[in-house]
Write a protein that binds this ligand. Structure first.
Ligand code: MRU
Length: 367
């Protein structure tokens, strides 16, 4: 997508030195533009854990590049197994991470020769990046028909879409999941406007989604996380579109904390609530999201302080009494019954086992 008119993806190999992996340090956005190079598997693991990169598809692809960087350090089975396990310990919720490490390890360990291991790890990471771009492009196409239908019903008046967190190109390699249909619709000339939940505590909405939409010139308004219900009651939201870090076989969805409350408000106000996700975010082994999806718990300092821009540099200020404890779950689970539908690269389906297996029949045997 465009940044100051220039096309970027979120991760790429350095042209001059392809043993280095370049990423955008998303902790600096929207205030500063910093490209960082990852040179080892521990760099990749740190970038994921400390959220230089974030968003389920990008976490997965970064992990695949992490395995590539590991092969440049050593191709021994023992080192690679250890590298895979470091990467898997970085963040627990997005299943893309586990899928990417397992796929990459399978491909690499299937060959013995050192240079072949390096080549295959690199090729697998590049392939996964390309596949992710293609998945997101197709999610955009399938989601576009939903937006177009609403636009037609509104006789061309702007379609108001509410989104939570950042499920745009910064969370993926390009295009995004929840934002891909928005970009497609906008490029087709459909008038729209996006309500951007700020998404406390890390403010991925206020900082990253707003940055993306501003760069593409798409009308948007940042709202506090608690505003969505009121806007829905006032008829100011036509559609909710969010992403997913892990979707169970029966359609329960783990996404950024606060998503569940948006789904409840949407349900009560008959606002369609769609989740956009690639197949790599589906965990066919799980059938009860609330009980079985591992939900990341992060440090309390993210709740107790907030970072902003003071006009010259990023600065953090405290928000709470120093002695007050805080609790910080990164994700929540939206049960399938509150999800109107899933938008995937293979089409739109109901949030149900039948719906999912209809599009992904290869998982019928996976339980
Ligand atoms: O904690 P983050 O910023 O990694 O959380 C990201 C989200 O919750 C996204 O909505 C999700 O990964 C889907 S992204 C395409």
């Amino acid at each position: 997508m465009l940044v100051h008119g220039k096309h970027f993806r979120t991760i790429w190999l350095d042209d001059a030195d392809p043993t280095q992996v370049c990423v955008i340090d998303q902790r600096s956005l929207p205030f500063e533009w910093r490209v960082e190079t990852l040179q080892s598997v521990s760099d990749a693991a740190r970038a994921i854990r400390e959220m230089h990169v974030r968003g389920a598809p990008l976490i997965g692809v970064t992990a695949a590049f992490g395995i590539y960087l590991a092969t440049l350090e050593s191709t021994s089975n023992a080192f690679l197994q250890e590298a895979g396990s470091w990467l898997k310990q970085t963040r627990p919720t997005a299943v893309d991470l586990f899928y990417a490490v397992d796929r990459s390890m399978r491909a690499v360990l299937a060959v013995q020769e050192e240079s072949a291991r390096v080549r295959i790890a690199r090729q697998t990471a590049l392939e996964m990046a390309e596949e992710s771009v293609e998945h997101c492009r197709k999610i955009g196409e399938h989601g576009l028909s939903l937006i177009r239908a609403i636009s037609q019903k509104k006789n061309g008046k702007a379609v108001n879409i509410l989104t939570h967190c950042n499920a745009g190109w910064l969370a993926c390699i390009d295009y995004g999941t929840a934002l891909a249909p928005v970009y497609q619709a906008w490029s087709e000339g459909i008038p729209l406007h996006v309500w951007v939940d700020e998404t406390r505590p890390r403010n991925q909405g206020a900082r990253l989604t707003a940055f993306e939409l501003e760069q593409q010139g798409i009308p948007h308004t940042v709202i506090v996380d608690n505003a969505g219900g009121h806007l829905m009651q006032q008829g100011m939201v036509d559609l909710v579109l969010v992403g997913s870090d892990r979707t169970t076989r029966n359609g329960d969805v783990a996404n950024k904390i606060g998503t569940y409350l948006k789904a409840l408000a949407a349900y009560d106000n008959q606002v369609p609530f769609y989740v956009a996700l690639p197949g790599t975010s589906i965990d066919p082994a799980l059938t009860d999201g609330v009980r079985t999806i591992p939900v990341e718990r992060r440090g309390e300092e993210e709740v107790k302080a907030i970072e902003g821009w003071d006009g010259r540099k990023r600065r953090e200020v405290q928000l709470t009494p120093a002695g007050s404890p805080a609790l910080n779950f990164g994700f929540d689970i939206t049960p399938a019954r509150f999800v109107t539908g899933l938008i995937t690269e293979r089409g739109v389906c109901s949030a149900s086992e039948n719906g999912i297996l209809g599009l992904f029949p290869e998982w019928k045997r996976d339980i």
